[in-house]
Design a protein around this ligand. Sequence first.
Ligand code: 9D3
Length: 231
Amino acid sequence: MLRVDIISIFPEYFREAFDYGIIRRARAAGLINIQPHDLRSWTSDKHHVVDDRPFGGGDGMVLKPEPIFAAVESLAGARRREEVPDGKRVVLLSPQGKQFTQSLASEFADCEHLILICGRYEGVDERVAESLVTDEISIGDYVLSGGEPAALVVVDAVVRLIPGALGSETSATTESFSDGLLDYPHYTRPPEFEHMKVPEVLLTGHHAEIAKWRREAAEAKTKRNRPDLLK
Ligand code: 9D3
């Protein structure tokens, strides 16, 4: 059973997202236990303040370190990166992180416990990234308003790699990215739709020719949409 704790100022953001499809099935099957937590529950002041103004000036607010360190201590039993046991990862979702990849998703899927920390506002006090987390992760080069959608992406990518999570569907290892090419194009009925025809070879039942067409179509599509994957 993989345990995933998510630390956020918007824990309700996640409720419905984990109630669909593969994640719902994996939860029902006892393969994963996902718990969103309210960062404010680790504050000790009357007004549950989680943010403050940046030293040195500048716009916006910064998430304070104390509630985040307290949250990770209570969930992972560690106050420093070196104290995080093997099998646990403390992950900060941040625009300054290294790019989240399928390879990192595989590493996370092999863990027993993930703690995902969602940033907000202008950022998170840097002592969290410097001294507490094992991984600082971005999901790509675009600006989100917080780490919550990134945490959803990470959970989705990880859950489907847990043995048993995909059920009868294709095994995760035979999919797009594992051979460095995009997936080949898929078609279903009808064979002609508004003058758009399904490639003839797919209707023939010639399995060797179909395999060759799919390989070439995957290469063409990769060249057009993701030339970086061919370099
Ligand atoms: C102007 C400086 N911005 C940093 C690039 C400010 C800023 C933008 C976005 C500060 C925080 C955020 C919130 N984003 C995330 O927390 C985030 C994120 C993202 O924006 N893109 C891709 N991956 C991620 S993971 C967390």
